[in-house]
Design a protein around this ligand. Structure first.
Ligand SMILES: *Cc1c(COP(=O)(O)O)cnc(C)c1O
Length: 442
């Protein structure tokens, strides 16, 4: 298992995260448990700041909350000077609960509801990223009603499609997000926006994919957006003030993954954007990026307790833990790969290959296929690394399993930032068969 940040093996061969032994975390907080190395999250955000600062361009960094959205995480991201990119009323509410300045929050989404847009307007968030024609009309109407104004970016789909370390630069992209660059929709959207003085267009946004390992796809996107900027400048006299190139930077789930370091990635993206805008003779707008996964994934480790075992000689050995697809659905959803260790004796030699199963009534409820480990026995602590992104945020209550707690470790302190759900929490909104009856109007 790759050890990130302040994770290390202590003298007794046990996995330690910051100043905490895995066994102490288990004793204090129980399992399954999401453990975050707080300083490592901070360092990850700082590495983007340092990379941008080194290029000397005007920039702003945002954290894509959907990767891991809790009150404490929103506070931490703002402390590290990242904007918050939210994609729903729930994420916006979390950010507001965190007490952050709404001017540094912006909202994405391909189908923002009237209620969500109204919430955003009333909260006074910094920007809305407009995704489609319906939203232009809806936003304009709500702004009129609220006697308010809103800064916006236009989400453009630049025809660059990234699948991990490969990308396809097609003329057309089949995507539910944004205005297509090649069908004249962007021009139509700008024509329409011109009718609504309450909406102020600050620039464009594009997001090309996720788990991206190098700058190539971003280079193509930047050059297409520079061309768009030149076209719109000539045609409408509008000059972008912001160019947001989205998120999607990759992480190392396993030793097979090798994303380039953040400083080289950012340098490559900035150079490409600067060169493209220079080619068209237009000033480079303020650059924005909105990483999610690469801020939190490697900082997170999930601890489980080992339980049952099913051995089929010549076929497979299943080792089951006290969590599974309810706390990490990524293998079930995407075939994602993870690494693991037996945290309470991480130095013991690997003696067998097993597959780690969850406890749900679903054959697809697996965490890892084929991992080499010391023989796991009931009561051992299984640590799965790189679970900080899209695990807690995608967790469910399938089988009425309660969601684990979340702990931030910093040095000798471990802070409980999300409490463990109880069975009572899971039932909280249920009403009995005779409860809450409504009769139709007939
Ligand atoms: C998901 C998403 C992000 C974050 O992607 P990561 O892969 O987590 O960095 C950023 N922007 C948009 C529009 C997204 O949909």
């Amino acid at each position: 298992m790759i050890l990130y940040g302040n994770s290390a093996l202590c003298a007794n061969g046990e996995l330690c995260i910051g100043g905490w032994r895995a066994s102490d975390l288990k004793e204090q907080f129980g399992t399954p448990l999401y453990v975050y190395d707080e300083d490592y999250i901070r360092t990850s955000i700082q590495s983007y700041h340092n990379a941008f600062a080194a290029t000397g361009v005007d920039y702003a960094l945002a954290y894509a909350c959907k990767a891991f959205c809790t009150v404490a995480m929103c506070q931490l991201a703002r402390e590290e000077n990242a904007w918050l990119d939210v994609v729903s009323g729930g994420e916006l509410h979390t950010a507001l609960q965190a007490g952050v300045d709404p001017a540094f929050v912006y909202m994405h989404g391909n189908n923002k509801s009237p209620d969500e847009l109204l919430y955003a307007i009333k909260a006074g968030i910094g920007m809305v990223v407009i995704d489609n024609f319906y939203e232009i009309e809806l936003l304009a109407e709500l702004l009129e009603q609220e006697n308010a104004t809103m800064d916006v970016l236009l989400r453009v789909s630049p025809g660059v499609d990234v699948h991990t370390h490969e990308f396809i630069a097609t003329g057309r992209q089949d995507s539910k997000f944004g205005f297509d660059l090649y069908s004249g929709h962007v021009d139509l959207a700008i024509d329409r926006l011109a009718a609504f003085p309450r909406i102020q267009l600050l620039g464009v946004h594009s997001h090309i994919g996720s788990q991206i390992f190098d700058a190539d796809g971003f280079r193509v996107a930047a050059s297409r957006l520079a061309s768009l900027a030149a076209h719109l400048g000539r045609r409408y006299g509008v000059w972008f003030r912001i160019l947001n190139l989205g998120g999607g930077m990759g992480v190392r789930y396993t030793s097979d993954d090798s994303p380039i370091p953040v400083n080289r990635l950012v340098e490559g993206i900035v150079q490409a954007a600067a060169a493209s805008f220079q080619e068209y003779g237009i000033p480079l707008p303020k650059l924005m990026m909105e990483p999610g996964r690469s801020i939190v994934a490697q900082a997170g480790t999930t601890l489980y307790t080992v339980g049952s075992r099913k051995e089929m000689p010549g076929v497979r050995t299943y080792v089951a833990v006290d969590g599974g697809m309810t706390d990490n659905p990524r293998l079930a959803l995407y075939g994602a790969k993870y690494e693991a260790c037996i945290a309470n004796r991480a130095n013991d030699p690997d003696v067998e290959t097993v597959s780690i199963a969850g406890k749900c009534c679903e054959s697809g409820d697996m965490l890892i296929w084929d991992v080499s480990l010391p023989k796991p026995v009931p009561g051992d602590i299984l640590a799965v690394s790189c679970t900080g992104a899209y695990n807690y945020s995608m967790a469910s209550n399938y089988n009425r399993v309660a969601k684990p707690a979340v702990v931030f470790v910093r040095g000798s302190e471990a802070r409980l930032v999300v409490e463990r759900e109880t069975a009572a929490d899971v039932c909280r909104l249920d009403r009995s068969l005779s409860g809450l009856t409504f009769t139709s109007r007939g």
